[in-house]
Write a protein that binds this ligand. Structure first.
Ligand SMILES: C[S@@+](CC[C@H](N)C(=O)[O-])C[C@H]1O[C@@H](n2cnc3c(N)ncnc32)[C@H](O)[C@@H]1O
Length: 321
């Protein structure tokens, strides 16, 4: 089966689907740094702005994959027509689905999409895509409805044997109205943070000032004993006014913001260092031998943006089954 990789980033979808022996026939991303990473690993440099591509130039395919950026829709009173989404990247997906009519699509986005604009954004998206939703009829008033049999669910990377808390909404559509899709429930947890940590990490330490914020915050909340009690105490969103922590052997969600560096990268308090790039890759389920460019901040951004590979693999396996 052939697939296309829209908003391809560093290639999380591609890696997952190729691992299931599917063939990528088209990729597109407008970030040249992400395309450089993609080229290193897939020997393709897909620098394309999706808003500029004509659907006739996209090869035929059976599966469309897209981890699309979440953009606010312009709200013309939510008429649920093209006028509501024109100019958004979701519109580009709708256009391709309409013209190319693939059998299956897999979309991924942040969990916040579900409640964005009091749920209206998500319901507008579903009204474009679905005439069946999670196994039930989904009467849509949208005259542009694409008629897919759609299933959606929030899946969390930490349930797929990767120690990162990363809830993401996945929306899967089938042309076939008879399909009854079951989302994967997870993969048994056999590895924890200790398994993804580098043996010989490149040490990057936080500034003295921010180090002080972490300890002051713990002290103020009478939690400094956690440092000696836990092997892995992870600080993130480190600000003077507030520091967030994780103490459950999972990394917090890696984000695009990591690309701006500094305190936006989660900090291993006991080890007194930031996560390394290699650890970031493993926290997204990428293999050790996945290649990154020498651009540290662009690599962090790409890792934070990526989809978690084992989650997509599990989704695809359930589709193929
Ligand atoms: C959430 S990330 C998807 C990451 C990807 N799924 C992965 O596994 O790495 C969204 C991507 O959309 C890309 N993007 C944003 N606007 C775009 C456009 N107009 N055309 C093509 N790509 C775009 C960004 O550069 C970013 O890499």
């Amino acid at each position: 089966m052939r697939f296309i990789d829209l908003f391809s980033g560093m290639g999380g979808f591609r890696l997952a689907l190729e691992n299931e022996n599917l063939e990528c026939v088209f990729s597109a991303d407008n970030d040249k740094y992400a395309c450089e990473t993609y080229k290193l690993n897939f020997n393709e440099y897909p620098l394309i702005d999706i808003t500029n591509i004509e659907t006739k130039d996209i090869p035929d395919h059976e599966i469309l994959c897209a981890g699309f950026p979440c953009q606010p829709f312009s709200i013309g009173g939510y008429r649920k027509g093209f006028e509501d989404i024109r100019g958004t990247l979701f519109f580009e997906i709708v256009k391709i689905l309409k013209d190319k009519s693939p059998e299956i699509f897999i979309l991924e986005n942040v969990q916040g999409l579900i409640n964005h604009n009091k749920g209206k954004t998500f319901s507008t998206i579903l009204d474009f895509l679905a005439n069946r939703l999670n196994g039930l009829e989904h009467p849509s008033t949208n005259k542009h409805n694409l008629g897919y049999n759609v299933f959606w669910k929030v899946l969390n990377t930490k349930d797929f044997n990767v120690p990162q808390n990363r809830p993401r909404v996945f929306i899967i559509g089938f042309k076939d109205p008879e399909v009854n899709y079951d989302f994967p429930t997870g993969i048994e947890r056999t590895s924890g943070l200790e398994d993804i940590l580098d043996k010989d990490p490149e040490i990057k330490r936080i500034s003295d000032q921010s180090y002080g914020y972490i300890h002051a915050f713990l002290k103020e909340h009478k939690k400094n004993n956690l440092i000696s009690q836990l092997n892995y105490l992870i600080a993130y969103e480190i600000r003077k006014s507030r520091v967030a922590f994780r103490f459950d052997n999972n990394s917090p969600c890696l984000t695009t913001k990591m690309g701006t560096g500094g305190n936006n990268v989660p900090y291993l308090v006991n080890q007194n260092r930031f996560f390394t790039l290699k650890e970031g890759l493993k926290l997204q389920g990428f293999p050790e031998n996945f290649k990154l460019t020498n651009n540290y901040s662009a690599s962090l951004r790409q890792i934070g943006n990526s989809v978690s590979v084992p989650v997509v693999r599990s989704i695809v396996r359930n589709i193929l089954n």
